[in-house]
Design a protein around this ligand. Structure first.
Ligand SMILES: *Cc1c(COP(=O)(O)O)cnc(C)c1O
Length: 403
């Protein structure tokens, strides 16, 4: 069986974890701080806060901006549920919008969805391809007169916040700029299935404009995501000071040094070795499916915009959702695990039971119903790639030309 995904594991990662275990410092400490610095340097953002997940990062930013009941947050229907769940956690209202044929949030749909209650837009860099941030920033700047700030942060920003769900896009480039610098804040995921895994983990890259001090926001949110405690455990040990205060009822969202060690072992090789492996797999699939008239290929780059090669999304022209599911079952029987990204969030029970309806997002539904995600992981061999393409082509053709 060829799996869909597998986290990268090598001797450097194992050595990093063992070294951290032996060091006796397992929770948030020097390794997490170093990983934050190296991430910031990698994409060129002024500050990065590492947390235990991207979901925690998204919720942290919504709460920092004071998003709550009565507020609206605009996001694509075509995303993972976490992007929407955090909006509900804050008591705010998710406002879903449709996507373009590129799977990405449609800026025109965003513009139409803005109301005087809109506080945040969450573009999603789906499959690793950056959303159109220039178009989105133009829209939020044009809609300043509709923005009703109710907190100091909202007043200082003076417009809707653009919060990138960059869970897929570490290493992606938009018009020459790296993901992590494209929005007011960008949230990465280091979940086991993502390009760079720390088993579980995430990070907020801050890129807030003047008058914000990104380093000060980083410090404030470090406290907010670790109980609201003024002195962290590391500082307590270093200074031999037991006294601390809790300045707010904070969250427990911090990253462990064990997780950071897994990330630190990969980041120096991410651009030079890891992304090229993914790119080669994507290019192989592109070349195989380009020969199939029924295949709708993903766009991987355009000018100086380039994906991070996270999910290879193949769409089959003219098939139904049931036919797609049937193809996945037959491909599985032939030894290859495929996946689907994603069923649009309004179609999931937690959302349909709240009155959302997937049929109102016809483009998202169309992409979803014809989509197959193919295996991409670091140890995928040339022979396995060939098997994946052979099996997918054979099974799709059985559906398209039944004999
Ligand atoms: C994985 C993912 C998340 C959540 O990441 P976690 O680190 O698991 O919290 C959010 N958004 C998208 C689009 C994702 O794929």
């Amino acid at each position: 069986m060829i799996p869909f995904s597998r986290p990268k594991i090598d001797e450097a990662i194992i050595a990093g974890v063992v070294d951290t275990l032996r060091s006796q410092w397992h929770s948030t400490g020097a390794k997490t701080k170093l990983f934050e610095k190296e991430l910031s340097a990698y994409y060129g953002a002024p500050a990065t806060l590492c947390l235990n997940s991207a979901t925690a990062g998204l919720e942290t930013m919504l709460r920092w901006f004071g998003v709550g009941p009565g507020d609206e947050v605009i996001l694509p229907a075509y995303t993972y549920s976490a992007t929407a769940n955090v909006v509900l956690h804050c008591g705010a209202t998710p406002v879903f919008v449709d996507s373009g044929t590129d799977f990405l949030i449609d800026p025109t749909a965003v513009e139409k969805a803005i109301t005087p209650r809109t506080k945040v837009i969450i573009p999603v860099d789906f499959a690793g391809y950056p959303a159109d941030y220039d178009a989105i920033f133009n829209i939020v700047n044009k809609a300043k007169h509709l923005f009703n700030p109710t907190t100091t942060e909202q007043q200082s920003l003076g417009r809707m916040m653009v919060l990138a769900d960059a869970a897929h896009s570490l290493g992606a480039v938009y018009k020459g700029r790296k993901a992590g610098t494209l929005a007011d804040a960008s949230v990465f995921s280091f979940h086991a299935a993502k390009n760079l895994s720390t088993a579980e983990g995430g990070a907020i890259a801050f890129n807030l404009p003047q008058p914000f001090d990104n380093a000060a926001v980083y410090t404030q949110l470090s406290i907010h995501t670790l109980h609201g405690q003024t002195v962290d455990a590391m500082a307590k040990i270093l200074r031999g000071e037991w006294r601390y205060d809790i300045v707010e009822p904070g969250y427990k969202f911090n990253m462990t040094d064990i997780a950071a060690a897994i990330g630190l072992a990969q980041l120096p090789h991410y651009n030079s070795q890891m992304l090229p492996i993914r790119k080669a797999i994507f290019n192989y699939y592109q070349q195989r499916f380009a020969a199939c008239p029924w295949a709708q290929l993903p766009v991987l780059s355009h000018g100086d915009t380039e994906t991070s090669y996270h999910i290879y999304t193949l769409r089959i022209k003219g098939i139904t959702e049931a036919q797609r599911d049937d193809i996945i079952r037959r491909v599985y029987a032939a030894g290859v695990l495929l996946n689907v990204h994603y069923k649009p969030v309004p179609g999931l029970t937690a959302y349909s039971s709240r009155g959302f309806d997937m049929q109102q997002f016809p483009m998202a539904y169309d992409s979803y119903s014809r989509e197959l995600s193919l295996p991409v992981f670091y140890e995928l061999t040339d022979e396995q790639m060939q098997t994946v393409a052979d099996v997918v082509i054979a099974e799709v053709e059985k559906t398209i030309n039944p004999s």
